[in-house]
Design a protein around this ligand. Structure first.
Ligand code: NDP
Length: 434
């Protein structure tokens, strides 16, 4: 804490991992001898830079850009870029730290990193977004490369922004180096299923949790927070597998649609028109309740999927879920559940699965995009989705097997943290003190 003052989200993410590692260090004193944990908590490199750009009225605007290259023991740094006014070093470091373990858990050859800016894309024109992305890349390009550091999207960074970033990278370097960014469009080096991957992967993981307990997704009542990339495709896959989604949210409030969320309308409002959920509610009429500023966790459900942002599910939210009989909480977003909420849910016997396992499908499919770029190939939707599904089911099994091996049967948090940690730690030991 003294070494990284004020970085509260980073402290929270580190504490959450360290709490699981007691039995590991007991079994493997070599990790302690080589100071693996202390080295893991220190990023290999942190870049903070000025991003000046001109808005539509000709005024100069200024933002701050970040890239934290956290750990490359398993492969090039890999992790998304977030554009949101809340972004500061503590957020980027928490996300980068989580990313190390998530990427390790995926079993793929990728290290961990994360980046972004305090730029707020909301209400900005297309031209402003493009000029911002171009200015951001003027500094970032020198740190990237398919063998060095490969960013992707996150909150506020979708295919449009990746396009502007890649266009500027290509222009500065004079190289069509597709493998430098993932989340690209299909006609310019992207992979099938990347857009859907995090949401679909989340639901494959939940489906595996249910199957493990002899249950099915069919007929389950589900609440999904957020209405961005992860939330929309989680909803799509739940509906495909026969579940019923009755509520979703944005940062202004939530909608409760007892007839079941109309996915086509949701996509039209959020993806095509980039509008707010109030417009969804207006189009659906009186059957839908829009609750401004309300807590979506008050809506009774069997399964809750927080898919918006960090610490969105707090102690009160957890208490409401428990009261209403929720049985599974799986994190589609990164660290959306506060520590007291995690404790309350687990204490009440709710099956809880952490983001670094549940939402690993996004980065896993990014790694599949890199594979396709490297071999100048493109796979079909069906093949890519099958690969994603296999990866998610094997992450699920790896969590449970590891939890068993370390004396914590059924504990997805311990399983994910320990399985991710041991893979990175072993690589760090093999590579020496670097
Ligand atoms: P999007 O920008 O597409 O959507 C984010 C959603 O969360 C929006 O509905 C947004 O509402 C809401 N939201 C954002 N900030 C807040 C806030 N402070 N309070 C309440 N709601 C908020 O992002 P993604 O769907 O891509 O990402 C969602 C989460 O999933 C993040 O935690 C991200 O790190 C994680 N994730 C994403 C991956 C990906 O592949 N995209 C991969 C792995 C994890 P509004 O429109 O009002 O801002």
């Amino acid at each position: 804490v003294a070494r990284n003052p004020g970085e509260v989200e980073f402290h929270q993410a580190v504490r959450e991992v360290l709490e699981s590692l007691g039995p590991v260090v007991g079994k493997h004193p070599e990790y302690a001898d080589a100071e693996v944990i202390r080295r893991l908590c220190e990023p290999e490199r942190q870049i903070i830079f000025r991003v000046p750009w001109t808005d539509d009225s000709g005024r100069v605007q200024l933002n701050r850009g970040f890239r934290v290259e956290f750990n490359s023991a398993l492969g090039p740094f890999k992790g998304g870029l977030r554009f949101h006014p809340s972004v500061y070093l503590g957020i980027v470091k928490f996300l980068g730290f989580e990313q190390i373990f998530k990427n390790a858990l995926s079993g793929l050859p990728i290290g961990g990193g994360k980046g972004g800016s305090d730029f707020n894309p909301r209400s900005r024109s297309d031209g402003e977004i493009m000029r911002f992305c171009q200015s951001f890349m003027i500094e970032l390009y020198r740190h990237l490369g398919e063998y060095t550091d490969v960013p992707a999207g996150d909150i506020g960074v979708g295919q449009r922004e990746i396009g502007y970033l890649f266009g500027q990278y290509k222009r500065i370097t004079n190289r069509y180096e597709s493998g430098t960014l993932t989340g690209k469009g299909l006609s310019w080096g992207g992979s099938q299923v990347r857009t859907e991957a995090t949401g679909y992967g989340t639901v494959f993981f939940v489906d595996e949790m249910l199957r493990f307990a002899g249950e099915r997704l069919e007929g389950q009542r589900v609440v999904v927070s957020g209405s961005g990339n992860v939330a929309i495709y989680a909803i799509e896959k739940i509906l495909e597998l026969g579940g019923r989604v009755v509520a979703c949210s944005d940062s202004d409030g939530f909608i409760l649609d007892e007839r079941g969320i109309d996915l086509a309308l949701l996509k039209e409002v959020k993806s095509a028109r980039r509008a707010r959920l109030t417009e969804y509610a207006a189009a659906r009429g009186s059957a839908v309740a829009y609750v401004p500023g309300g807590s979506i966790w008050d809506v009774p459900c069997d399964i809750a999927l927080p898919c918006a942002t960090q610490n969105e599910l707090d102690g009160d939210g957890a208490a409401a879920l428990i009261r209403n009989g929720c049985r599974i909480v799986a994190e589609g977003a990164n660290m959306p559940t506060s520590p007291d909420a995690v404790r309350a849910l687990r204490g009440a016997g709710v099956r809880f699965a952490p983001g670094k396992a549940v939402n690993a499908g996004g980065v896993a499919t990014s790694a599949l995009e890199m594979q396709q770029n490297a071999s100048r190939d493109s796979w079909t939707f069906e093949y890519t989705e099958k690969r994603l599904e296999e990866i998610m089911r094997s992450i699920h099994d790896r969590c449970l097997e590891t939890a068993d091996a370390y004396g914590a049967p059924g504990d997805y948090v311990a399983g994910a943290n320990i399985a991710g940690f041991t893979r990175v730690a072993d690589a760090m030991l093999a590579l020496g003190i670097i």
